[in-house]
Every structure is written in structure tokens, then in C-alpha cells.
Ligand binder design. Sequence first.
Ligand code: ADP
Ligand code: MG
Length: 383
Amino acid sequence: MFDPRRAQLAQVFAQCYGSEPTQWVRAPGRVDLMGSHTDYNQGFVLTLPIDRDTWIAARPTDARRVRLVSLNLDEAAEFNLDDPAPTTTGFARYVQGVAMILHREGFFPLTGFDAVIHSTVPLRSGLSSSAALEAATAVLLAALGGFNVEPVRLAKLCQRAENEIVGMQCGILDQYSSILGRAGTAVVLDCRQLTHRNAPLPTDVHIVICNTCAPRELAGSEYGERRAQCEEGARQLGVAYLRDVSIEQFARRERELSPVVARRCRFIIEESGRVGGLAHALTQNDRAAIGRLTAASYAGARDLFEIGAPAMDAMMRAMLGSPGVIGARQTGAGFGGCLVAFVQEGELEPFVAHVQRQYVAETGMTPEVYPVSAADGAEVLPG
Ligand code: ADP
Ligand code: MG
């Protein structure tokens, strides 16, 4: 069957490299339905790998060189697999990072290749285009080298690439979701055990992404600060991670902490506790609980963890005032980016139209609003 996306990638590949791609891979973005910033506190997250993904069309070469073109950025880059330190900046750093970590871990052989990258995950919007690029790269290198990596290990290696080579101290959520997700289900991820269980979604509820499309300048620096504050809280509470503290234990010790650190800790502990609650509410199709838990999550993110933004408030108002809405909250790290709504079946079109109208009227910015469904994790595509 004719696939316009595949045709476009093949055409660009031919223009750039004068040949046809022989290896195709894909890896999805994700939306966290509950559990903001809980991953690096070794807590729980309810996450959904989505049907927006990153594709790489590639062809192995005899050289040690890797050449890359991103259709999203209209940029090219290259590096050598034997470079002892990262030589790239920007998007290529994610690809080089994965190659470097696999190399350091002794995966062999790593094969040079030419590639064209294209993603339908919006970049820098909190749906994890970075992990999708890492996961697709890892699957590509394994396919070209003919080696297998156990999926949880692969997720950890991709996370290390982002931590150590890109320099972003993210938790495991994004890479785990992109690699271990399965079509048709959300998953409750235990970020300590690195295991998950499926969490079925109601069939008559849409999951709708509402992208504020607002610039996210703070996301990098503030992320690191939140993480440090959580670590400080855990240290003062005498535990390794906030995962180790129940809300009752926390309430007894809360006043020993500085007000800011106490707010951060309270949010994480409550938020991690809401994960099981929302998974259960979705399984039961308990609309009132979905509304209550998502509202509490948003309020905590805004007032306790302080990762809100005026555009997020405007989007929440638009979502909660629209037909068919069951619940809504932030997704990703915050400071703008995307939000997510649960919307009654049959109300999708009026919901989308109303959110767009109200958000534009209030902010003057044009949002992107679309439903997503649960997709398979990273994989080799048929050639
Ligand atoms: P998010 O993961 O929420 O999308 P990040 O800031 O973590 O946001 O990652 C976004 C970065 O990942 C981009 O700025 C770019 O460097 C890189 N990236 C991801 N996907 C692509 C792509 N398809 N083409 C080029 N760069 C990409
Ligand atoms: Mg990212």
C-alpha cells in the first residue's frame, strides 16, 4: 500500500545520498496520564506510548561515519563512530549519544550509516520526541549490527545517553515508554523496579493532546532545580528517594523542611499516589474520579511543584470549559508544552473546536489539539 510518509523519506534519502534506504525503524512519543516528575523520585507513572512517532530510514555504509538529515529541522549533521567524545551539537547529539553508550557497553558491531529522520511527535512539547529519537536510534543500531538488547536495558542505555552525553538529567519514563509500550493499553510504570502492568482504557473515552505551542524557555534549568529540591527533601527525610516516604510519614515531618522543599516533596508523594487511583478509575470508567484526580494533579503541579505557565492555565480553562470534557491535566515536565484531556466519545469534534476557539481568543496563540491512541513501542519496520 502507498504510504506518503515512507515515500517522502525515501525521496529525501535519494536526494541526499543518491541511493535507497534499506532499513526502517520507528519509536513512539508518550503522554504521561498521571505522575509528573515522579520518575526520578523512583515513584509511579501512568504512561501511554502514542501513535505519534519518529521514523528513521537508513542504509548501512562501509565507513565509520554516520550522516543524518532531520526533516523536522531541515538540518544535516555527521559524526564518526570512533570519536572518543561527542562532536555534534543539537539533534545529532541524541543519535551520537546512543551510539557512544552502546559502544562503551561493548555492543558490537556498530555500523556506520546514512539516515533520514522524521517525527510526528512535536519537538520540545513534552511528548518526548527526544526519547523517541534515542529509542529509534538504538533499535536501528541493533538491527544494523545484528545484536539484541533486552528492552529494559535498552531503555536504561538510552536514558544514559540523554543524561551523560546530551546532559539532560531526565528519569527513565520517556525511554521506557517508547521502548516497552504496547498498542491498546496504558501502562503503570514502577520506576524503582523498572516493571510495568497494563492499565486498560475505557473504550468510550478519547485521550486528547492540547499543545499550548507556547515557548518553553524554563524547561531545562528549572527541571534540574526541581530534581535537586526533591533530592534535598529525600536527604532531609533520611531516605534515598521520595518513593520511600508515605504521605502519612511525610505529614509528620513536613515542618522540618524549608517551605519550598516541603511543597515539592508533598506534590511528588501525592502525585505518585494518584497513579494507581487514576489507573483504577480508568479501568472502572469512573468519570467523577478521573475528573477529581486530574484536577488535583494540575493544582499540585501549579501550586506545590510550581511548573505552571500562563499558557497552561489558559489551556486548562479552555479544556475544562469545552463539551465532553471528563478531566484534564499537564503532561511532560511543565513550563508550557502539552496538556492532556479525557473526552467523552462523540464529543471530540465540538471539544477540539471549542478549545481552539477559546485558547486563541484568550492568548492569541494557535494551539494544536488532537486525539492519540496507544501504539507499540520501538521496532524495526518492514523493509
Ligand atoms: P521533548 O522530548 O519533550 O520533545 P526535548 O527538549 O527533551 O523535548 O527534546 C527535543 C529535542 O530532541 C529537539 O530540540 C531536537 O534536538 C531533538 N529531536 C527530537 N526529535 C527530532 C527530530 N525528528 N529531528 C531533529 N531533532 C529531534
Ligand atoms: Mg525529552
